[in-house]
Design a protein around this ligand. Structure first.
Ligand code: ATP
Ligand code: MG
Length: 385
């Protein structure tokens, strides 16, 4: 029998939440990403628990056990129980009853097997008992071992219930799939035939999914496949996947962690801010990178204007989108530009009263340009001479 034995599972808080349910006569099964990732030996992001208790029964059991509960998704069966400041999402077994394509409409179910059928992919329909024993109603373990992402039952049905599953397919392949095996052909065919449904999704859901996809160590194969089956043009009109593999390679060489905005700029496309509901901070980063890419300023000047990290991103993007070669001695220029920030030796004061208003601004700009061109070497006296 397969068993997992990770610290998060044996931790007193997780065991206490399970006991809270089982002591009340209900089942407690860990499910989804935590089980999948434990089996893969990679870190988990959150702990989801499924149960045959209804949300009201979960709330009552939490109360008896003295734990705080929050009905975070009461209508679709989710109650969050907090133990030792740690949140556990407890969701009642569910089954799909009807579909509107934007979110599956579900009813409560009695068994884990029914619950498994309403999930998206076989590797996401793995459960673990409180003692770590794996429950695998749909053969997800075999697919997980092969790192093969497969829709549960009929791919087309799964997609029509919730079009976000199209993007999740590419996201999970990017993170956990086997690049040698490629993507599942039945899944891809069903996606290609149903990609129009993506238009019905909210920008918020699309944005959150695309961010997670772009943060995979190497999302290139997924993005290339999305371009090929028409998904990329739906979610990011005008975007192109062909420069991404080079960017990812250069990032690896430079030892840089994945960055969603850097990668997004590499894809390009129109209306990204609205289509992905970017935050103000993200939109600002995106604009800075795009403006700098369109500009002819050198690396040192960009580091002076934007800081070394942003300027390094621009250098990577420029290389990825041209000949793939990084310029020599880049780091030295980035350091010199970065260190020069805030040290321009001339102030408005120095130019008054000879210069006023717009002419003053223009003169300052001109001197700053000369100073930058000198490698930040000219002194105030030299500049004013
Ligand atoms: P991670 O949390 O690491 O991103 P995850 O697999 O836990 O990955 P979640 O979004 O937390 O993903 O969802 C938990 C589980 O709920 C999934 O593993 C899957 O079984 C199910 N699930 C989530 N979203 C959907 C969906 N849109 N359609 C079908 N099942 C879903
Ligand atoms: Mg999760």
């Amino acid at each position: 029998m397969t068993r997992i034995n990770d610290d998060w599972l044996t931790a007193p808080a997780a065991q206490a939440v399970c006991a809270m349910l089982t002591d009340a006569g209900f089942q407690a099964l860990f499910v989804g990403g935590c089980v999948r990732n434990a089996l893969l030996g990679v870190p988990i992001s959150d702990i989801d628990i499924s149960t045959n208790a209804t949300p009201d029964q979960v709330i009552a059991a939490a109360k008896r056990a003295g734990f705080k509960s929050v009905p975070t998704g009461y209508d679709h069966g989710t109650v969050t129980v907090v133990v030792d400041h740690e949140p556990f999402e407890i969701t009642t077994f569910r089954k799909d009853v009807e579909t509107d394509g934007r979110r599956a409409v579900v009813a409560f179910a009695k068994t884990a097997e029914e619950d498994a059928h309403r999930r998206d992919f076989t590797m996401n329909a793995l459960y673990a008992r409180p003692d770590g024993a794996i429950v695998d109603p749909l053969g997800g373990l075999e697919d997980l071992r092969a790192r093969y992402l497969r829709f549960i039952d009929v791919a087309e049905d799964r997609i029509r219930e919730d079009y976000l599953r199209i993007l999740r397919f590419f996201r999970f392949h990017a993170h956990y799939g086997n690049p040698e095996g490629g993507l599942d052909a039945e899944g891809l065919a069903a996606i290609a035939a149903n990609s129009a449904g993506l238009e019905t999704l909210s920008a918020e859901r699309v944005g959150s999914e695309m961010r997670k996809l772009l943060l995979a160590p190497n999302p290139s194969q997924s993005l290339a496949s999305m371009a090929q089956c028409g998904v990329l043009a739906r979610v990011l009109p005008g975007a192109e996947a062909r420069f991404l593999p080079v960017l990812v390679h250069l990032e690896e060489q430079a030892g840089l962690a994945p960055d969603a905005m850097r990668r997004l700029v590499c894809l390009g496309g129109e209306g990204l801010k609205d289509r992905l509901r970017l935050s103000n901070g993200e939109a600002k980063q995106l604009d800075q990178l795009r403006d700098a890419l369109a500009d002819t300023a050198g690396d040192a000047e960009l580091a002076y204007r934007l800081g070394a990290d942003r300027a390094r991103d621009v250098a990577l993007l420029r290389a990825a989108m041209t000949d793939g070669q990084m310029p020599g001695e880049l780091e030295q220029r980035l350091v010199s530009g970065d260190q020069a920030r805030g040290t321009f030796p001339v102030s408005a004061q120095d130019l008054m009263p000879a210069h006023q208003g717009a002419a003053l601004g223009a003169r300052l700009k001109e001197l700053e340009a000369r100073w930058i061109a000198s490698g930040f070497a000219l002194t105030k006296e030299e500049l004013l001479a």
